[in-house]
Design a protein around this ligand. Structure first.
Ligand code: F0G
Length: 459
């Protein structure tokens, strides 16, 4: 068994969770159209749907909540958060937003025009959707290793520099309003990019005069992977690595619901003063006045404090080791996963786990159903239910490269026994997995169907 890290915190407040019976869960899931998004959270025992906004805040953050200054303009918490952002991120300008996609929306509405293209290692779905909504095209240029689940390459989130250069050379410079890198690469399994790679990405963007924005949601986990895995980085404080990463860029979008350890919030940073003026106008239209941007004063304070807690080396060592513990436990139980374990989640290769279920019958959805039925565990399908689409020109169904199921781990929420429970539930499923049946979609919306579709188990 892999080792489990001792938690660098103790528990002061508890939230009861309840295990239901298998019979109850089968009924509840049928009522929810076999879609775990439609289950009431109270009926879930271990919720691994997302690591976003689901973390536990510290006593320090809760104390800060009581010091929320709810003035409309110029609240003291705005200045506290400004000091933290200047210290860690170092950009000249920033605005608060209610979450990450609002920062993306404002950036895209300000910079992206019809026909534009935005390169990234891999865009998260909301980032890609915001670029498309502004008439642009998201371009993914991650290294090839990212698509090989068994590859244990330590930086599978790296940008393919050769692909990036040839993309830029073959594209009209005017068509690229900015370029990005996502840290860590959520779409590819929560995999980090190396500091050397981020330096190269920066060099290329700067060489061609393309503004460089980092999708920074999980920047602290990425910085700790750099410390752990990259030659010459082991002795550096995590905050120094983070500062260097941001010094290489011209701005960032941030969902504070991840590495800032809060339940809601985000921000958008930039160095360009002209862009900042335009961003403020968009912000006032969509989010709010530039000193609160869709958040309460207390939320700003929780982010200011959470940013430093999220960079704490003991916390990060525990965080990444907990995720690795789950991943290695699943591997030892014969469950194929995307290797090596990522920062915030384990991605199970459901296509390889359930080879008797063809892609048209959604092996990932079959596994999310089995996980809830067997253990009250909620995971998310990130395979053909979420990503397959019909090509408008050929009429053919385009499938994503892999049929994945993500087990995302909320921060500071679950203990070792909870992780062991997930592993033993998988072992139970494994014993009967050949009997699991394929899934059919009975009702689906036009867009983002995984959130609201109804399914049935094929008899
Ligand atoms: N970028 C990345 C890499 C993300 O993972 C997310 C959210 C966002 C941007 C958008 O941030 O939710 O605050 O608007 N990811 C969540 C997830 C939803 O479950 O992975 P948001």
């Amino acid at each position: 068994m892999p080792t489990y890290p001792a938690e660098p915190f103790r528990i002061k407040v508890v939230e009861p969770i309840r295990q239901t019976t298998r019979e109850e869960r089968e009924r509840l899931l049928a009522e929810a159209g076999y879609n775990v998004f439609k289950l009431a959270a109270e009926t879930i025992y271990i919720d691994l749907l997302t690591d976003s906004g689901t973390g536990a805040m510290s006593d320090g953050q809760w104390a800060g909540i009581m010091q929320g200054d709810e003035s409309y303009a110029g609240a003291k918490n705005f200045y506290n958060l400004q000091a933290a952002i200047t210290d860690i991120f170092g950009f000249k300008h920033w605005v608060p937003t209610h979450q990450g996609r609002a920062a993306e929306n404002i950036l895209c509405n300000t910079l992206v025009k019809a026909g534009d293209m935005v390169p990234n290692n891999a865009h998260f779905d909301t980032t890609g959707a915001n670029i498309r909504a502004a008439g642009g095209h998201p371009i993914d240029l991650v290294i090839d290793e990212a698509a090989i689940p068994s590859s244990t390459y330590p930086f599978k989130g790296n940008m393919d520099i050769a692909k990036l250069e040839s993309f830029i050379q073959s594209t009209d410079r005017e068509r690229i309003p900015f370029g990005m890198i996502t840290l860590t690469n959520n779409t590819g399994g929560g995999q980090p990019a190396s500091l050397a790679n981020i330096r190269e990405v920066s060099r290329v963007y700067r060489h061609y005069g393309i503004p460089f924005f980092i999708d920074a949601c999980r920047y602290a986990e990425n910085a700790y992977f750099i410390k752990l895995r990259e030659t010459g980085q082991g002795d550096r404080p995590v905050i120094d690595i983070a500062r260097e990463v941001f010094s290489l860029a011209d701005g960032c979008t941030m969902s504070a619901k991840k590495d800032a350890l809060v339940n809601i919030g985000g921000f958008l940073c930039m160095n360009d003063g002209t862009l900042f003026e335009a961003v403020k106008q968009e912000l006032i239209l969509r989010e709010g006045f530039p000193t609160y941007g869709g958040l309460a004063g207390r939320d700003l304070e929780a982010i200011a404090r959470g940013l430093y807690e999220g960079l704490d080396a003991d916390y990060l060592a525990y965080r990444l080791a907990q995720t690795a513990y789950l991943g290695e436990g699943l591997l030892a139980a014969g469950v194929p996963i995307v290797q090596p374990p990522g920062g915030h989640a384990i991605y199970v290769d459901a296509g390889a786990y359930l080879p008797h279920i063809p892609r048209e019958e959604y092996p990932g959805q079959a596994l999310t159903i089995a996980l809830y039925q067997a253990g009250g565990i909620r995971a998310v399908e990130l395979g053909s239910v979420a990503f397959a689409y019909t090509d408008q020109e050929t009429g053919e169904i385009q499938y994503p490269p892999l049929e994945l199921v993500r087990l995302a781990i909320p921060r500071r929420v679950y203990t070792r026994s909870h992780m062991d429970f997930v592993i033993s539930t998988f072992s139970e499923i494994t014993r009967q997995k050949d009997a699991l049946k394929g899934i059919r979609i009975v009702k689906e919306p036009k867009l983002l169907r995984h959130f609201t579709a109804d399914f049935e188990i094929i008899a």
